[in-house]
Structure formats: C-alpha cells, structure tokens
Design a binder for this molecule. Sequence first.
Ligand code: NAP
Length: 256
Amino acid sequence: MTTPITVPKWAQPDTNLAGSTVVVVGGAGGVGEGVVQALLAAGATVVATSRSAGRLDEFARRIDDPHLHVRELDLLDPGLDEAAAELAAEFDGLYGVVLSVADWGRQGRKPLLDLTDPEWEDQLRQNQTTVFRAYRAFIPQLAGDGMILQLNGLSADLPFPMAAAVAAGSAATKSLTRTLAAELGGRGPRVYELVLGFIRTRPRRLAGIDDPGWIPATDVGVHIAEVAAATSPIAGDTLHYFVDQAAGPQAAADQG
Ligand SMILES: NC(=O)c1ccc[n+]([C@@H]2O[C@H](COP(=O)([O-])OP(=O)(O)OC[C@H]3O[C@@H](n4cnc5c(N)ncnc54)[C@H](OP(=O)(O)O)[C@@H]3O)[C@@H](O)[C@H]2O)c1
C-alpha cells in the first residue's frame, strides 16, 4: 500500500506519473526515501537503488508498496553502463532518474590543507566521478521526453569550512549538470539541478536531529514528481533552489 504523504501548499494538482518508471539512485538514503515516497504517491513505478542488499531489503519491507522495486547499484562499478541498460530493458524504458547521492568520506571534519592524497582522491571519486558516470550510463537509456535530476547542497555555492572536498564536489557537479543541460540543448531528456537547504529525513529524526523549520524530504519528492510530470511551473528551467519550506522550490534568477 502506498502510504499517503503530507502535500505542501504549493503542490500542483494533477501530477500523475502512472505508467512511468523513475530510478532513484540512493533511494534508501535520507532524502532518497522521501523522494521515493512522493514519486510512489504520484503513481510512478519506482526503482530505488543502494549498494547494500540488506539496506534494500529493510527499505522494501518498510515502504511496502507494489510499485516499489529495489536493485543493487554502485555508480563506481565498471559494469554501470550495462546495469543501466538492463534496468531500462527490465522496466520497458526509463522515464526519469534522480541522483540522491552523497558521501562524507571517512576523514571526518578536516581543514583542506590537512587532507591526504587518498582522502582527496576518495572524495573526488565518490562525489564527482559518481555523478559523471551516472549521466554517461543513464542518459542514453532515458525516454526523449524524460528527465534526470541531481540533488545537491548549498555548498555548491558557499564555502564549507572543514568539508572542502565535499563542497568542491558540490560545485563541480552543479557545473557538470548545467553544462550537460546546455550540451543537450533540449534534444533528449530534460536535465535538472536541484540545490537544497536543510532537509528533515528519517535517519536524522532517528538520531534526534530535527527542526520543524527544515524541509520535509517528501516535499523535495513532490517537487521532483512535478518536474518529471512537467506540472511544475519551473519545469522549463534547469537550475532550481529549494531552501525555504514555505516559499517552496524556485527557479534560479540566472539560468545562464
Ligand atoms: N540531508 C540534507 O539536509 C541535504 C541538504 C542538501 C542537499 N542534500 C542532498 O541530498 C542528496 C542525498 O543526501 P542525503 O542527506 O540523503 O544523504 P545519505 O542519506 O547519505 O544518502 C546518500 C546516498 O548516496 C548513495 N551513494 C553513495 N555513494 C554511492 C555510489 N558510489 N553509488 C551509488 N549510490 C551511492 C548512498 O547509497 P547506499 O549507501 O545505500 O549505497 C546513500 O543512500 C545529496 O545529493 C545531498 O547533497 C541533502
């Protein structure tokens, strides 16, 4: 059974993704879970991925929805292109892909100049190579009128002391996404970058970290469903910000 979600005030009526398959990479993660729930509520068939079979089992049991499928997927796996093609064949085409992927690394909070070469390389692979490889693997599998969307944080634009490599990855992948959108230039699937403020997620709540002023992860998913279905008033823009719960998602003033 699809669990009903609380819909934000700005939600558009008539967002219907019935018959469309959307892959959420990192779907069992904090923000990913809210995105999966909102896509299911909009009627989509959802494929949530994780690198961990155990995590997927627990996730599928908890969400318990016949339209939810779970698959193991690692964006750094050498067989990623084949895995993306297999998903497209299995689900008779893919309409959307959401990249809800992040990695804080094992180095903890550290000043930039203290990072070791392996720590830097690891962050580069986890937060930049992942996104590049996801685009290369999934874009050819997407419907021409479909979409791919990368979630990102405000460190794409702002300094992030003690997490420089994470911030560098955010800025780099924002650039990557916007350049990809420009290169495709409307030929092929739509490409989106969604920069988020603080999000209320289940893992954070379980860890006792919560704030009613933060944005519910399902609100992020409602926006993504509307972008996918093109019912969002800003579905024609590439760069979106969602940093204030009440204001809802906004198109960046400068899309250039
Ligand atoms: N939480 C917030 O407040 C917040 C704020 C701003 C932006 N965001 C953005 O939201 C997105 C998700 O963040 P989150 O807070 O939900 O973090 P999270 O709970 O740690 O989820 C990140 C996900 O990334 C996946 N992942 C990492 N490396 C991967 C790889 N090599 N291949 C495939 N999947 C991989 C992980 O999947 P498995 O470990 O299951 O394999 C994990 O589920 C990120 O883009 C982040 O920038 C979040």
